[in-house]
Design a binder for this molecule. Sequence first.
Ligand SMILES: [Zn+2]
Length: 295
Amino acid sequence: MYRITLFALCIFSGCLNAQYENVSISVDTLTTKTYMLTGRGGNIGIYIGADKVFMIDDQFAPLSEKIKTTISSLTDKPIAYLVNTHMHGDHTGGNSNFNSKTTTLVAQDNVRKRLIERGLKNVSEQKMSQKDYEKSLPEITFSKGMTFFDGEETIMLFHVHNAHTDGDTMVYFVNENVLHMGDTYFAGRYPYIDLNNGGSIDGYIAAHRKVLPIIDEKTQIIPGHGRPSTKSELEAYVKILEDLRSLVQKEIAAGKSLEDVKGNSSLTSKYDSTHGNGYIKPDRMRETIYNSLKK
Ligand SMILES: [Zn+2]
C-alpha cells in the first residue's frame, strides 16, 4: 500500500514530496506565547498574540500542510504576519502556501530582490508556476528595521549587515524575551556563511556583537539550526568564531594560500569535535573564513 502511494507521489510530483513524507514537526514550548517548530530546514518561530499569530520562517513547501496542522494544534487564531529571516529555500520554501488574504509576508529589502531573481529563474525553467512565484514574494519590506506592537508585546525586527547573507533579520520579542536569529546562528555547529549571497565572517561576528548587549541571561534564543540556546552559549560561540578568524588572518598575513589554510586541520582542531560535525565540516569552515577575509 505504501509502495503504491509512494509510486503515485513519484508520478505526480516527481518524487518531490516523498522525501518529506517521514518528516514530523516537533514543538518546543519556550514561553506561554512562543514556540519553536522543528521539521526539516530552518527552525520556525511562533508567537501567539491576543487575536493573531506571528510566524518566522516556513521551511520547505511540501511541509506546509504539516506545519499548518501543528500550528492549529496550538491555536485557532490566524497567522497575520510571516517574516522571512533571509532568502534561503529552507526558510522561505513555504511562502506561497502561507501567503493568503489573512497572512502578509514581511522581509528585508534584499530578501525580496533575491527571491525575485531566483523565482524568475525557476519560472523560466518551469520549476515554479507564475502564480506561486507571485505569492512567494514578501509584500512588505524594510531597510533597517521594523517594530510590531501586539497588546503588551513589542516585536522588533532588525537587519544585520552581510552576516549569513545580505538580507538577514533578527526578530526579538521583548516581553517574552525570545530572540529568533535566523541563520546568523547555527547552535552547536560551524555556521554556513553564504559568501555568494552577501554573507561574510566579519558581518557574522558583528551581528553577534550587536545583539549580545540587547539580551540577558534569561533570553531564549531560537537559532536558524540547532537547539534553543542561552546568551552565554551565544557568547561562547562568537568567541570561537573570533578565534578562528584571527588564526586564519595570521595565516593570510604569513602569505599562506587557500590550499594551505584549507588543508591545515590544526587551525580548527580545538573546536572540531564539538562544532565540526554539522553541515559545514572543518575544512569548509577554514575555506569560508579564508575566502571571506580575502574578499
Ligand atoms: Zn540560510
